[in-house]
Each structure stands twice: as structure tokens, then as C-alpha cells.
Ligand binder design. Structure first.
Ligand SMILES: Cc1cc2nc3c(=O)[nH]c(=O)nc-3n(C[C@H](O)[C@H](O)[C@H](O)COP(=O)(O)OP(=O)(O)OC[C@H]3O[C@@H](n4cnc5c(N)ncnc54)[C@H](O)[C@@H]3O)c2cc1C
Ligand code: SF4
Length: 546
């Protein structure tokens, strides 16, 4: 593979972008479909999964409407290189949390608006390992997927070329290369890399969905570290720049500020007929007809929309006659350890994701728990740093001193594979939102294996910092990402969709987001969600529209 020399086929997004301003091209000339016009496909949610699916089938001539709850961004005006000013990017609508180990909701787990959560994701783009698809068979925990790694592999390669992903040759899982060379590594990450080396841990630069070189009209990353605030440069990949320009050029309509409230079912045939949504523009309820519906609202909102879509056939929520909707929601353990070094490191002067290791990814029985974790460098900006210091219990004068010392610190984190459990689930709360819809309740509890994994991995990264020569160490425990909630499987008794992400209960209803994953590995999920959407798009496009 000649790095960076061959762009992706069948996706012109990189050339459609304007070099002079950041707006998604094609908005003014966007195709508009009538509500009574039965389009081929409605996609609910313009995020990682929904955008890739829309782009793929639009290329095959399908007429597609995306219904998106959040705004149609104008990045030059809307996105700011400022932590405090970026709250509009997050899904901050009310959600109730519970369970023994509740998961904080908000900026750290989901986004809202055209481009979805990837507008403010960090940019790490690893693949899942082949073992992730058969954890039940190999390790006696979790679940086997109804598809194998090899079935997803061509779509990993295709999406990696589209983002494009930059990184060193990858030795873990199924070894592979990346289309773009690795980015230079900052000194903040290098000190951690040297610490890892002293412990015998292998590290690699990347993999990140950040342009290293020019890519069509997308410029090189300028290393100013605002990836989690929406990259104003267009160097960081998100569907907003990687798939939606091409989708709009192929007659996809995005209806933004439109919250889907119900999927309509024909009680006689049992087929979906369209989607009901509330438009913020006029406050009114609308109804779009379609031959096929795909829901891509992510792990909390997809189950919520299904549960809110009751009918005579589905009195307990759409596709929920087997009581599977909302179950097996997962988060990854994401403890972070910060180390203080004598020299100034200025960790903000690079993208937060830089180097990582998957040495601990698979089960090692000597560790005393199943499955494992990955190690990744992260570089919080000052507000994130303050949250880290506060979580370690510092306040007042002590907090101020740690803040003044910010330039001397570097931070490394883990992603633990926490296991899927049926009772970690989304249900409907009694409270309602401004649309009158019951809000989601998410209960989450860890199991003993999860706790052992988190404890072991925290010791590894603390040891790594000590090996790196850190003078002081601050460790916090937290979660990252969301996965599951409407998983794929081989039987309606323990899953919501089949191997092609078609719901068992409604023949023309598909799910196309992170909710379908039966396990989560220790890899960040966006690339896998996009690869699954690419596979589904190919599957649908091989048949007649709708
Ligand atoms: C701070 C942060 C950092 C992250 N860092 C990484 C990383 O480095 N690497 C990685 O791989 N992953 C990362 N992630 C996770 C990644 O962004 C998500 O896993 C991925 O975007 C999920 O894709 P999705 O298609 O399932 O949902 P999303 O991308 O969240 O898209 C769902 C869309 O549906 C819309 N929607 C929901 N409900 C409705 C409704 N009822 N009607 C209309 N629209 C609706 C939402 O507004 C949203 O735009 C990060 C996430 C966050 C928040
Ligand atoms: S560091 Fe690079 S990818 Fe991140 S926001 Fe800046 S230009 Fe974009």
C-alpha cells in the first residue's frame, strides 16, 4: 500500500468540501422530498452509523431523508475553540441514571446535531479484534456476534480510507496497515511511551482519524488540540466531512432540528410506514412516509424511540415483545492517570489521541479476569484537567496549584472491556421531555470481572507513569463511550436485530448504530459502527431501492 496515495472510491466528500469555509457543501441546493412522497429510506440520526448508511444507498440511487434532532452546523460560526463554549455539541437533554455504578450522561458519551457524536469525538479509530466477535466461545463471557471479523474487514479497510486513518503498522488483533503515515508525537506522549517501553509494553502512534497531509480539500492537522470541541480545520474525520457531502450530492435530504417521536406501523401488515417527528422550526408534528426505516440514534435514544413507539401489535414498545429492547447497554471503563514531570510538556499542543497499546486486549488467565483493556494517551484541556484534579479530591488552594502547574502534566488512560449484562438497560422513566415523551432511564452495575479488570489496568498505568519518572500521580475512575441496547444475534429470544441489522419483528425496519453491537472490546467504537453501516449499506444497495 502506498500511504496516502490512493483515495477512497465511490465517495467524493473530500473534493466537495470548500477550502474557504467549513459549511457542509450542498445545503442550499439540497433535494427536498414531500412528506407524502414515499421515499426509499428514512434514517433517524445523522451520526456515525446513519450518515454512512445514507451515503452508501444514495450512491445506489435510493431517495433518502435523514431526520436529525439537532442542528445543521455552520462550523465557522457555531464551533468555537473553547471548552466552555462547546456545550451545544452534546446531548444534554434529561436522562435518569441508576444502578449500583451509575454512568454520568452528557458531554462524555453522546452528541446531538448533523455529524452526531463524532463531531466532538476524540479521533481514535482502532478496529475491533477478531476475538471480539466470539468472546462467548473463546472466553466463556459476553456474547458471540452473528457475523465474523472477516465479514467486517473489507468495510474496516474502506472506512479507514475514507476518514482517512493515520497510524503506524498495527501488530495487534488482525495485523494491518493504515492509509496515512503516523503523526509526529508530542513530548507529552513521548514521556509516556518511554515509560511503557521500560515496562516492556509495546506502544504505537495512532490510529487516529486525522489527516496527516492534505486529503482532497481537507488540510493537514495543525495540532492545536481542539478535537473534542469540533475541529474547525476539517482535519479530524466526522461524518460531517467524510460522508455527508457525498450524501447530499446524491440527493439525500437532511431534516435537522427534527426529533423523531414515533415509528409508525401498519397494524394490518406489521410493516413500518414512516416516522413521526417534531420540527423545532414550526413546533408542529410531521409525518414522513418511507418504504424502509433505519434507526441510528445511538445506544440510549434508539431504544428510547423503539420503546416510545407502541401500537396494537407492540404494546410494550416496537420490537419489544421479547423484552430485549434496551438491554445489554455497555460502557467502557476509562480510568485516567496523570503524571507530573520536571520539564514543561504542554499537553494541549497536540490532538488528545496520540499513542496507544493493545498488549492487554485479550484474555490472559494469569490476570484473574476475562478479556482486557487498551492503553491510550489523552490530553485534557484546562477544564478537563480541573475535573481530573477535582475528582482526585483537590479543592481550593490545592486545586489552584495543580491548575498553575498544568504545563508539567501528561495523562494516560485505559479502555476496559466491561461485560454485557441483561439488566444494564434503558427503560422509560415517568418524567417527560418538552415533546411530552418519556425520558430514558439508564441503569448500570458492574460485575466482579469488571471490577477486577479496572483495578488491574489502573495499576498498570500507574506503574507506567512511575517507570516514566513521574514525580506525582493523580488517578481518577470514569467511563467512556456507549454500546449496545438493541443487539444483533441469531434469535429473537436474545437479540433485537439479525445479522443484517434487520429487526426480527418488523421486516422493513433496520438499526444502524452502536446499539447493535453485542460486545465492545477495548477499542473505541466509531470505526466499527461506521464499518457496520457500510456493510448494511452494501447489503441494502444490492437489492432494489426500498
Ligand atoms: C467526548 C467523546 C469522545 C469520543 N471519542 C471517541 C474516539 O476517540 N474514538 C471513537 O471511536 N469513538 C469515540 N467516541 C464515541 C463515538 O463518537 C460514538 O460511539 C459514535 O459516534 C456513535 O455513533 P452512532 O451512529 O451510534 O451515534 P451518534 O454518532 O451519536 O449519532 C446519533 C445521532 O442521532 C441523533 N438522534 C438521536 N435520537 C434521535 C431522534 N429521536 N430523532 C432524531 N435524531 C436523533 C443524535 O442527535 C445524533 O446526531 C467519543 C464520544 C464522545 C462523546
Ligand atoms: S488538533 Fe488537528 S484534528 Fe484536532 S482540532 Fe486541531 S486541527 Fe483538528
Amino acid at each position: 500500500m502506498l500511504k496516502g496515495s490512493v483515495g477512497p472510491r465511490d465517495n467524493d466528500s473530500r473534493f466537495l468540501l470548500d477550502v474557504h469555509h467549513r459549511d457542509l457543501p450542498g445545503y442550499d441546493t439540497m433535494t427536498r422530498y414531500g412528506e407524502d412522497d414515499e421515499v426509499d429510506l428514512i434514517v433517524v440520526g445523522a451520526g456515525a452509523g446513519g450518515s454512512v448508511l445514507a451515503q452508501r444507498v444514495a450512491r445506489a440511487g435510493w431517495r433518502v431523508v435523514i431526520i436529525e434532532a439537532g442542528p445543521f452546523w455552520h462550523p465557522d460560526e457555531d464551533w468555537v475553540s473553547d471548552e466552555a463554549g462547546s456545550h451545544q455539541l452534546y446531548w444534554t437533554q434529561k436522562r435518569i441514571i441508576g444502578g449500583d455504578d451509575p454512568v454520568e450522561m452528557g458531554k462524555n458519551n453522546s452528541g446531538r446535531g448533523v455529524g452526531g457524536s463524532m463531531v466532538h469525538y476524540a479521533g481514535y479509530c482502532p478496529r475491533f479484534h477478531p476475538s471480539d466477535f466470539e468472546t462467548r466461545t473463546r472466553d466463556g463471557v459476553g456474547a458471540d456476534w452473528p457475523i465474523s471479523y472477516d465479514e467486517l474487514r473489507p468495510h474496516y479497510e474502506r472506512v479507514e480510507a475514507e476518514l482517512p486513518v493515520a497510524g503506524q503498522d498495527w501488530p495487534w488483533g488482525h495485523p494491518h496497515r493504515y492509509p496515512f503515515s503516523p503523526h509526529p508525537v508530542s513530548e507529552a506522549a513521548m514521556v509516556l511511551w518511554r515509560g511503557a517501553e521500560r515496562m516492556g509494553i509495546t506502544m504505537r502512534a495512532g490510529p487516529v482519524g486525522i489527516v496527516n497531509g492534505t486529503f482532497g480539500n481537507r488540510p493537514h492537522c495543525i495540532y492545536r488540540g481542539y478535537c473534542l470541541q469540533g475541529c474547525k480545520v476539517n482535519a479530524k474525520a466526522s461524518p460531517y466531512v467524510t460522508h455527508l457531502p457525498d450524501a447530499l450530492a446524491h440527493r439525500v435530504e437532511i431534516r435537522s432540528d427534527s426529533m423523531a417521536t414515533r415509528i409508525e406501523i401498519d397494524d394490518a401488515t406489521g410493516r413500518a410506514t414512516g416516522v413521526v417527528y417534531r420540527s423545532e422550526e414550526d413546533g408542529a408534528e410531521h409525518r414522513q412516509r418511507a418504504r424502509l426505516v433505519a434507526v441510528a440514534g445511538y445506544s440510549i435514544e434508539t431504544p428510547r424511540l423503539l420503546l416510545n413507539s407502541t401500537s396494537r401489535r407492540f404494546p410494550h414498545g416496537l420490537c419489544n415483545n421479547e423484552d430485549q429492547v434496551g438491554r445489554y447497554v455497555m460502557v467502557q471503563g476509562a480510568s485516567q492517570t496523570a503524571g507530573r514531570f520536571p520539564t514543561e510538556l504542554r499537553m494541549y499542543k497536540a490532538p488528545p489521541p496520540e499513542v496507544s497499546s493493545e498488549d492487554f486486549y485479550e484474555t490472559d488467565e494469569s490476570r484473574g479476569f476475562a478479556r482486557g483493556f487498551s492503553i491510550q494517551t489523552v490530553s485534557p484541556l484546562p477544564i478537563g484537567w480541573a475535573e481530573h484534579v477535582l475528582a482526585d479530591g483537590h479543592w481550593g488552594r490545592s486545586l489552584r496549584e495543580y491548575m498553575r502547574d498544568y504545563n508539567h502534566w501528561s495523562v494516560v488512560g485505559v479502555l476496559n472491556e466491561l461485560l454485557p449484562r441483561a439488566d444494564n438497560r434503558v427503560t422509560l422513566a415517568d418524567e417527560t421531555d418538552p415533546y411530552g415523551l418519556p425520558v430514558a432511564r439508564f441503569d448500570y452495575s458492574q460485575c466482579d470481572n469488571d471490577r477486577a479488570n479496572i483495578a488491574y489496568s489502573t495499576k498498570v498505568i500507574t506503574d507506567l507513569l512511575e517507570a516514566a519518572g513521574a514525580q506525582d500521580v493523580l488517578t481518577i475512575h470514569r467511563y467512556a463511550h456507549l454500546i449496545g441496547g438493541a443487539r444483533m444475534g441469531t434469535s429473537p429470544a436474545d437479540s433485537v436485530v439479525d445479522r443484517n441489522q434487520r429487526s426480527w419483528a418488523v421486516p422493513n425496519l433496520y438499526l444502524c448504530d452502536g446499539s447493535v453491537c453485542p460486545t465492545q472490546g477495548s477499542a473505541n467504537p466509531a470505526l466499527t459502527i461506521m464499518a457496520l453501516a457500510s456493510r448494511l449499506g452494501q447489503h441494502l444497495a444490492s437489492g432494489p431501492p426500498g
